[in-house]
Design a protein around this ligand. Sequence first.
Ligand code: TRP
Length: 327
Amino acid sequence: MKPVLVSGIQPTGNLHLGNYLGALKNFVELQNSGKYECYFFIADLHSMTEEYNPKEKQKQIVNVALDYLAAGLDPKKSVIFQQSAIPAHTELMWALNTITPMGELRRMTQFKDKSEDIAENTNVGLFNYPVLMAADILLYDAKVVPVGHDQLQHLELTRTLARKFNTKFGKTFFEPAPKMTEVTRLMSLDDPTKKMSKSRPAGCVFIDDAPEVIRKKIMSAVTDSEREVGFDKENRPAMANLLTLYSAMSGKSIDALVAAYRGKGYADFKRDLAETVITSLTPFQKRKRVLAKDAKGIKAIMEKGNKKALKVSEKKMEVVKKKLGLA
Ligand code: TRP
């Protein structure tokens, strides 16, 4: 049997290039490697920890499903499902809550950052968000979890909880390993010291942006006062970021790009970069537009994925309940 791989994306609005390169594109490559039994879900329960408009949520959920499919996730190869449709996620979370020390959760950097950002909405869900994430992973006996840097600490907690549960109640869970393929970390185009984020829209290229919007954002990206394109992460972070983006979208190495732009100005470089981004997003955007017209088809795909996830997760919960003495 192939090792199980689990990951998810929260439905909170449009994905940007950072999410695309850091998660989505990576998911498709992992799926197509044929090495894993893949589960990709829409982390709608996690997304509830941030203030949201319930009238928008359905659209956001469908949007992630469309992103998954348009990017190349294939329901024949991967189980694609919606977290909230699978009761076992919250059920297992409860069991894990009872073995999670408060101190472990208080240390989580994402919780500390978010509870500062949104002090007025520091809810308990935000606090035990990592426990729900552990449940997402352990429920499917995942061995491999592709995540960005910001989620590594949560994965470490998942391992700790698996170990603790196994020690207390007998061997039940695998300890999953993070899958840190060379994930591209994109910075904001208007400030290379900040991560690309939808909260900085001017420096953020969304994967649904129209060509003219992409062109405008890239042409107005900050650079530096040097004359030539060059890669120096420390001293020239803005150019390093643009080169990283160019390389990731074109498949060309940074060295090759630097060589190609020797003697040329930044305007040429940016113009080509914009066209490269537009060209590589076009097939995705086209597929997404076509898929979006088939609401029924999307629903059917999700239902099929939910059914499979439900079956696997219920079986696991039976084992868990026995171990816990509940059944
Ligand atoms: N917390 C993850 C993020 O924001 C999303 C997520 C939820 C996830 N559950 C997961 C990722 C389980 C991997 C595995 O990026």
